[in-house]
Design a protein around this ligand. Structure first.
Ligand code: FAD
Length: 402
């Protein structure tokens, strides 16, 4: 393999470059990314950057030592794969056609927007965050569509800056999609406590000039509308390439892409764009969180270089909202029941999802130690004593059944 291209310069893209060099790849390396900025971290965009505490989240790496050609402000627009037994292909980009022997797809995801001609903010790029920051002024009527992770974080900052904040959510509770309605509902009181009006069960039809039109015919006036209703993997540019694409790029447990169901060891995908086969959960996962973008590229680089590697992580993410550190580890889609640990009306609590005596997942609120210990038990599949787990005074690790 002499020439590798990384398409997409977010965290997953830069980590792929670092991992390839770290594993001894000495050939030509090119990173093509649509943004003009060098790769940067996104989690602070809805936190410290929006609050005005940080202006720059560029990933700290030694570009000179990595010896990589950086094509910033250029997009991948199409992909032509050579026959599987030859390998490689040509990436069409706005900078011209780039032949490759190996390709890392790391084009991430783009926010979903709403119909309508009115101005709507999203928070995906540093430019989005800085533009919104300038508009979060005292007294501004800010309406946030979506009470998910991003919506809650933006609401936190906007309320702190003295804006009049309303959050409109189509589901019956915040975070219903991510955590389910029962657990999502536990976060609803945080909005009122921060002076944020939360309106659930309200669909938005369109964004107009200075207002939102609701699905039930209602209207909410707004100086600023922020839309946080989810993202879509950036896969449109792969149309016609022959690669298997569902919601994201379909990859196996080694993060290898497939074309017509046949593995392409010369093409891997990582981060928010990749729908990877989890051996642990025996299903495909598309995890749009920082930890995956950070760690999966190590496996993808190994795969591309012909080494045996499998990405089998327990999903993990965090969110900082309404003065709380919220963390989640695991996967609970098929869990049988929840166990509460501490009083959700209090400051520090957790909810665990179990199947039998196996811990599937945990959500912690200002209990970082619980998260670390539970993550280990989840990863190891260690059986737990649910009664011990329910007692917030017993360390999570002591809930393990030997
Ligand atoms: P991206 O970061 O989306 O990077 C992809 C890059 O590829 C982009 O620069 C894009 O412009 C570029 N690109 C797209 N299409 C093309 C193309 N055709 N050609 C070339 N380049 C292209 N996760 C957590 O776990 N905790 C958090 O608290 C948290 N907070 C977040 C807050 C915000 C505001 C956002 C937006 C995300 C947050 N996340 C958080 C999620 C986390 O940041 C993402 O999972 C991570 O950024 C994904 O990295 P990525 O490299 O896969 O994709």
């Amino acid at each position: 393999m002499e020439r590798v291209i990384v398409a997409g310069g977010g965290l997953a893209g830069v980590r792929a470059v670092e991992a390839l060099r770290g594993k001894g790849f000495e050939g030509a390396l090119t990173l093509v990314s649509a943004e003009r900025h060098k790769p940067y971290d996104r989690p602070p965009l809805s936190k410290a950057v929006l609050a005005g505490d940080s202006d720059d989240t560029t990933v700290d790496t030694d570009w000179a030592a990595l010896d990589v050609e950086l094509l910033l402000g250029d997009r991948a627009t199409g992909l032509t794969l050579a026959a599987a037994d030859e390998g490689g292909g040509v990436l069409a980009t706005t900078a011209g056609e780039l032949p490759f022997d190996g390709l890392v797809i790391a084009t991430g995801a783009a926010p979903v927007t709403l119909p309508g001609d009115g101005r709507q903010h999203v928070v995906r790029t540093i430019d989005d965050s800085l533009a919104l920051r300038g508009r979060l002024v005292e007294g501004a009527r800010v309406v946030i569509v979506g009470a998910g992770w991003i919506g809650a974080e933006v609401a936190t900052t906007a309320a702190r800056k003295g804006c009049a904040v309303t959050v409109v959510e189509a589901a019956g509770t915040p975070l219903a999609h991510a955590l389910g309605p029962e657990v999502g509902a536990l976060t609803a009181p945080w909005y009122a406590e921060a002076g944020v009006a939360l309106r659930t069960g309200v669909g938005v039809a369109s964004v107009g000039d200075g207002h939102l039109l609701l699905a039930d015919g209602g209207r909410i006036d707004a100086d600023e509308v922020v839309v946080g209703v989810g993202v879509r993997p950036e896969v449109a540019w792969l149309a016609g390439s022959g690669l298997d694409v569902e919601r994201g790029v379909v990859v196996d447990a080694s993060l290898r892409a497939h074309a017509g169901g046949v593995a392409r060891p010369d093409v891997v995908a990582v981060g928010d764009v990749a729908a990877w086969w989890s051996e642990r959960y025996r299903r495909r996962l598309l995890v749009e969180h920082w930890d995956t973008a950070l760690n999966a590229p190590e496996v993808a680089a190994a795969t591309l270089l012909g080494q045996d590697a499998v990405y089998d992580a327990v999903p993990y993410f965090w969110s900082e909202q309404f003065g709380r550190m919220v963390q989640y580890a695991g996967f609970h889609a098929a869990s049988e029941r929840t166990v509460h640990r501490g009083d959700p009306a209090g400051r520090r609590w957790a909810v665990a999802w179990l199947t039998g005596d196996r811990l599937d997942a945990i959500l912690t609120v200002d209990r970082p130690r619980d998260l670390v210990q539970a993550r280990r038990l989840i990863a190891a599949g260690t059986p737990v004593d649910p009664d011990a787990l329910a007692d917030p005074d017993v360390p999570v690790r002591q809930a393990a059944r030997s």
